[in-house]
Write a protein that binds this ligand. Structure first.
Ligand code: GDP
Ligand code: MG
Length: 436
């Protein structure tokens, strides 16, 4: 993965006490190759690495820091910058705000429409969904099922084959019902074609949307960028939604789309369930790519699904480096309930790599839980006191091996170290909400 290759590139620098022109050149070359392998557009990869190189050269004499660290920071900053710098809002002003959803078939438009509606509803907005996909008979039903699930009205005209009319009528209906936001889910095709483009362009003209969101499957790599370009040339959309980031998508799409079409990525979709939606934070994505995990997203997700007080307490503990095995255990319990275990585990610092190739389900946690439960409260609070004798007792008590106990303690230790690093890099957690 990109993450592995970048760590490989940084290893080149490890142990080297000084940054020299030679090791900068070698490292930058490796970083560029890693980016291109990860499906980053060639021009974009060249631009980034040129900037990284310049930064490294400029700073090599001024900064007395381990070269690997300096490079990590520079690459992290560049990746963040490349993906748009800061999180960007969706404009939901207007009565109603009209959000047009466009993209290829199967990219995840309908799923995202449902997620976005649910997200807005949770913020107290009156939302209406519109089924403007007139080609697939099942499309209307799909949206209706989602609407029912999340408790949002769905506007549909099953006998009308004119998507432009449906969109126009839907906006009028939303207005008369006093809705705050109407989301128009459109039809896509398997590849960019003229009929689809013309239709969505006609819808745009007819309803003058507040915001057009382009939905793209991040698994499609370089194609994602080409598709984004084709849609943007025609629609001049306002933002991008990256879907299927839970799969083994290489990071390339996220890295290139913003640079190529110069439109911000606003959301990322990480699963099929309605709650698998996150605001896109370029800095967090950069951290994730660099293997640092995404604690803040994890905490936010926990906060959304569970007790807010509890999540705040946890976030505070993470920031103060007081996260202990009791917290770890209660996190595991929550994670199990949140679904998409692998994806969530990947957000824990230091765990990303460990879980990537594993076949994880909820049962996979059983030995870990057994080990922690066999510890005394003191041991959970302060794992450093767990010596050889205690390890043996815990292994016996939990029906595991000393090896398993050792592994858990080692992983937990790594996790705490990563959290410390994250805290240093990121400062205090930013749990800002996008829509007030
Ligand atoms: P549309 O044709 O653009 O409306 O795409 P759909 O919303 O119908 O999604 C196509 C398929 O992708 C469905 O099976 C969805 O459940 C699935 N899907 C959508 N978003 C995601 C995601 O973020 N992750 C995963 N794993 N699957 C997704
Ligand atoms: Mg659809």
């Amino acid at each position: 993965s990109l993450q592995d290759k970048l760590s490989g590139a940084f290893k080149t620098l490890k142990g080297k006490g000084r940054i020299t022109d030679v090791n900068i050149a070698a490292t930058v070359k490796e970083i560029r190759r890693a980016l291109i392998d990860a499906d980053v557009n060639y021009k974009v990869a060249k631009e980034v690495t040129d900037r990284v190189k310049q930064e490294a050269l400029d700073r090599k004499v001024k900064v007395a820091v381990e070269p690997g660290q300096l490079f990590t920071k520079i690459v992290q900053d560049e990746l963040t910058h490349l993906m748009g710098g800061t999180a960007k809002n969706v404009n939901i002003t207007g009565s109603p705000a009209v959000i047009l959803i466009a993209g290829l078939q199967g990219s995840g438009k309908t799923t995202f429409s449902g997620k976005f509606a649910s997200y807005l509803k949770k913020q107290g907005k009156q939302v209406m969904l519109t089924a403007a996909d007139v080609y697939r008979p099942a499309a209307i039903t799909q949206l209706q099922v989602l609407g029912e699930q999340i408790g949002v009205d769905v506007y549909a005209e099953p006998d009308n084959k004119n998507a432009v009319d449906i969109a126009r009528n839907a906006v009028a209906e939303a207005k008369s019902k006093g809705k705050n936001i109407v989301i128009i889910d459109t039809a896509g095709r398997l590849a960019v074609d003229e009929i689809m483009m013309q239709e969505v362009e006609d819808i745009k003209k007819a309803i003058n949307p507040t915001e057009i969101l382009f939905v793209v499957d991040s698994m499609t790599g370089q194609d994602a960028v080409n598709t984004a370009k084709a849609f943007n040339d025609r629609l001049n959309f306002d933002g991008v939604v990256l879907t299927k980031l839970d799969g083994d998508a290489r990071g390339g799409a996220a890295l290139s789309v913003k640079a190529v079409v110069d439109k911000p990525i606003k959301f990322m979709s990480t699963g099929e369930k309605m709650e698998d939606l996150d605001i896109f934070h370029p800095d967090r994505m950069a951290n994730r790519i660099l293997g640092m995990g995404d604690v803040i997203s994890l905490v936010e997700r926990a906060q959304q699904a569970y007790d807010e007080e509890d999540a705040k307490r946890l976030n505070k503990k993470m920031r103060e480096n007081k996260f202990d095995l009791n917290d770890f255990l209660s996190q595991l319990e929550q994670i199990k309930k949140m679904g998409n275990v692998k994806d969530l585990m990947g957000m824990i610092p230091g765990m990303g790599k460990a879980v990537k190739d594993l076949d994880i389900d909820n049962d996979s946690f059983k030995p870990i839980e057994a080990v922690i439960k066999s510890m005394t409260p003191k041991e959970r609070e302060n794992p450093d006191i767990i010596n050889g004798t205690r390890r043996k007792r815990i292994a016996n008590g939990s029906g595991t091996s000393i090896q398993q106990v050792n592994n858990l303690l080692k992983q937990f230790d790594q996790m705490r170290k990563m959290m410390k690093k994250m805290n240093k890099l990121q400062g205090a957690g930013r749990l800002g909400k996008m829509f007030g």
